[in-house]
Design a protein around this ligand. Structure first.
Ligand SMILES: Cc1cc2nc3c(=O)[nH]c(=O)nc-3n(C[C@H](O)[C@H](O)[C@H](O)COP(=O)(O)OP(=O)(O)OC[C@H]3O[C@@H](n4cnc5c(N)ncnc54)[C@H](O)[C@@H]3O)c2cc1C
Length: 394
């Protein structure tokens, strides 16, 4: 049997397209299969903006963010759209709190260890410099100037265009993969539109990870967050914020963690996006999601804005949801690995799933392409190679 493709990429979101772009650069005959349309709003890449940041509590994550920067510069050269608005990262709040994003004190240690410049801030300084108000005196913060608001929609559109221009890459949308059959050294992949033979598979289906890896008889324990988001109109047109995140203890069902963006000319320029970084209730599986944001989560966000921000209306507008799978791994780490060894030709099946990866998009695409084609990458993925521990046989 002859193969039709060197690599089939399952999932045409940000990471799938970045993976395909790097595969194409390396002249690998590549097919991207997307179950919906490209640039859809039903996966983890929904919406427009994401945060790029370097602060992380773990040095290897700081290193990954640093390593991602040249890949963003490279991608930026290939489009006229501005992919990043470099306004800096402000992390502030209760220094004792450990959230899904990390912890301020630990992040300072990790930044110091890798000689990344940042400024430590008191609550008063945060209020004076960044327009917040009524912060408890015990709050501390750090400002790291390389943080940015990512124009994620333009990033995905740029990657899509690059893939469309590359003769090594075929793109098929409205093609859900529902069957994967190992045949000798190859795999047969079946969608509603056809059957394709490939040597290698890159699995990048975002929150739908389990419905794809189940086809190879394994799964990962995950919870699913259907996250709410909103924009708030500027009442002071001159007001500007960096990208920011506030660390606070939850109050009952109110997770009390919020994050926000600057106003940018490519995303509702008269508005600022502020969102809760929690859900009141996780969902069991992607199909349980709704496209309507949780009104109580948005109410908590409005209350926080009223209490602690200036120059903004407290009325949520342009509200939306975004679905993400979070593994049950502590810190909700990214998972980058091969399939477990009981899958035939498991070294030819590479996958990325879970966690907050928009900021790594072009770099993660390179990692995935190298893993698929070479079976290894120059970047140390050992902190993310957690399948052995967390994959379960179906
Ligand atoms: C509210 C929210 C805020 C976030 N903020 C940040 C942030 O500030 N910074 C950051 O770094 N990250 C952030 N993230 C995470 C980041 O957006 C995701 O890690 C990233 O978008 C994942 O991209 P992906 O391509 O892996 O997944 P997706 O964009 O979900 O793409 C996967 C694609 O696979 C397709 N697919 C699934 N199953 C099949 C199948 N069987 N056959 C064919 N196709 C299939 C899906 O339809 C989908 O289009 C955030 C996520 C959310 C939800």
């Amino acid at each position: 049997m002859n193969k039709d493709y060197d690599v089939i990429v399952i999932g045409g979101g940000a990471i799938g397209l970045a993976t395909a772009q790097h595969l194409g650069k390396r002249k690998a005959k590549t097919l991207v299969l997307e179950q919906f349309t490209f640039v859809n709003q039903l996966g983890s890449s929904a919406g427009v903006s994401r945060q790029f940041r370097i602060p992380y509590p773990d040095e290897y994550m700081v290193q990954m963010a640093l390593d991602a920067e040249p890949y963003w510069d490279e991608l930026q050269k290939q489009t006229d759209a501005t992919l990043m608005d470099k306004v800096g990262t402000l992390w502030f709040g209760d220094p004792e709190v450990h959230s899904t994003e990390g912890n301020i004190k630990e992040a300072e240690e990790a930044l110091k260890a890798l000689n990344v410049p940042y400024t430590s801030l008191t609550a008063k300084e945060i209020e004076e410099k960044y327009h917040f108000k009524n912060l408890p005196e015990t709050y501390t913060g750090l400002f790291q100037p390389d943080g940015a608001s990512i124009n994620f929609k333009a990033t995905i559109e740029t990657l899509l265009e690059l893939c469309q221009k590359d003769e090594n890459i075929t793109l098929e949308d409205n093609s859900p993969v529902f069957k994967i059959t190992p045949i000798g050294d190859l795999f047969e992949i079946t969608t509603t539109n056809g059957t394709y033979i490939t040597e290698k598979i890159a699995i990048v289906p975002g929150p739908y990870i389990n419905s794809v890896i189940n086809l190879l008889d394994f799964k990962i324990e995950a919870t699913y967050w259907n996250m709410s988001s909103a924009y708030f109109k500027k009442t002071d047109p001159s007001i500007q914020y960096p990208t920011w995140f506030v660390f606070q203890n939850s109050i009952g069902e109110n997770g009390n963690q919020f994050y926000g963006f600057p106003s940018v000319d490519w995303d509702h320029p008269e508005y600022i996006r502020v969102a809760p970084d929690f859900v009141i209730e996780a969902i069991e599986e992607p199909n349980d999601r709704t496209l309507i944001p949780n009104s109580q989560e948005l109410a908590y966000t409005s209350e926080w804005i009223k209490e602690h921000m200036t120059g903004l209306s407290t009325e949520p507008e342009y509200t939306s949801t975004c679905l993400i799978a979070l593994s049950k791994i502590p810190n909700k780490e990214l998972l980058i690995d091969f399939a477990p060894s009981y899958v035939p030709n498991y070294k030819n099946v590479v996958l990325y799933a879970t966690g907050w990866a928009a900021k790594f998009t072009p770099f993660l695409g390179k990692i995935m392409a190298d893993l698929a084609l070479d079976g290894h990458t120059d970047f140390d993925i050992s902190p993310f190679q957690l399948g052995g521990k967390f994959f379960k046989r179906f």
